[in-house]
Ligand binder design. Structure first.
Ligand code: AMP
Ligand code: MN
Ligand code: MN
Length: 328
């Protein structure tokens, strides 16, 4: 990979493996509004470290989403951290560009006790060690390299977590990050016992009626602009109540908006619980990571997000301007 001065260099697999072997205890940290990548990557590494006799906890501010509960160890995921952690506990942040994405319940942690494992473009390299591989399709595949370095056996539970990370971040092998290597790794994980059927069912096939009704409402409210290249819509508290839906039922809506013929960028404004979270998706021409970064958010070229403070109409205007600045 070509590195320029502005691209910080990732730690090597050997460096990270040595650090993992040195530490007695770990807290795996996943991001707010967790997805299959942040959670699956943390669980996979946690399960593997336990096999090496290490003490492992999982910190996540939000509850485990219904459709991710099939993964091993999810019952131990909590926003509470034990009081008796050793001073040299390593906090492993997975799938986030900055510690702020872990939420406000995260205790203050010394940088020397932070390992940052991620594949986001704008990762802030906030750890003592930063294992940031932006060419990887998921944080889970970064973890897979570490497991190989550690020499831990990847059992069926770990393989299922890792395949979940890949299937989540490739949209079930549909996004452009689905390279031949990704398919090879996935085949290996299936041979190791990864339960692809269960992942497909839980993440892609089973839909709650409430989620589909909410999708219908969001489609009804959608607006198409920029000569058919941009579509945006919103969901708010009233729509959630009317559909008996909750925040988890909003996850897929933006991808449906993006799938509309001719659309280059889709935006969904999620206005509930007193804040606006914006999800952006691109079909490949416009860099929505750069657009989100203009408003304090982040993500990937084709999938990004941000949190906006203020009224919905201001958010709509701000996002419009950021997208225009990125060439929409
Ligand atoms: P989402 O639309 O929530 O599925 O998020 C898409 C991508 O954008 C993911 O890679 C997220 O990590 C990233 N992202 C979402 N919200 C934020 C935010 N507030 N700040 C930084 N990155 C975000
Ligand atoms: Mn994520
Ligand atoms: Mn990811």
């Amino acid at each position: 990979m070509i590195q320029d001065a502005s691209t910080p260099v990732s730690a090597s697999t050997e460096q990270v493996v040595a650090e993992l072997l040195k530490r007695p205890a770990f807290v795996m940290v996943s991001h707010v509004k967790p997805d299959g990548d942040t959670l699956g990557a943390g669980l996979a590494l946690g399960l593997a470290l336990k096999k090496l006799g290490k003490r492992v906890h999982y910190f996540q501010q939000d509850p485990v989403p219904r459709n991710l509960r099939f993964m091993a160890d999810t019952r131990y995921v909590s926003r509470d951290v034990p009081a008796d952690l050793p001073a040299d506990t390593l906090w492993v942040f997975g799938d986030m560009s900055s510690t702020s994405r872990a939420g406000e319940f995260l205790p203050k942690i010394d940088r020397k006790n932070i390992l940052d494992i991620d594949h986001h473009l704008g990762n802030e390299h906030f750890g003592e060690l930063n294992y940031v591989l932006t060419h990887e399709c998921s944080t889970g595949t970064c973890v897979m390299h570490l497991l190989r370095g550690l020499g831990v056996e990847i059992d069926a539970d770990i393989a299922t977590c890792l395949l979940t990370t890949i299937m989540t971040d490739t949209g079930g092998f549909m996004h452009s990050n689905t390279t031949p290597d990704v398919l090879t790794l996935s085949a290996e994980l299936m041979r190791l016992g990864a339960n692809k059927e269960e992942i497909t069912q839980e993440i892609f096939a089973n839909k709650r009626l409430a989620a589909l009704k909410l999708l219908g409402r969001a489609l009804d409210e959608s607006k198409v602009e920029y000569d058919g290249r941009y579509i945006w819509s919103y969901v708010d508290d009233a729509m959630l109540t009317a559909c008996k839906a909750d925040g988890e039922d909003t996850e897929e809506i933006v991808n449906h908006l993006r799938s509309v013929e001719g659309i280059e960028v889709a935006a969904l404004f999620k206005h509930f619980d007193g804040e606006i979270r914006v999800s952006l998706r691109s079909s490949g021409r416009v860099n929505v990571q750069a657009a989100a970064a203009r408003l304090g958010g982040g993500g990937h070229f084709r999938a990004s997000g941000l949190t906006f403070v203020g009224p919905l109409q201001d958010a709509v205007v701000a996002v419009d301007r950021a997208l225009a600045a990125e060439g929409l």
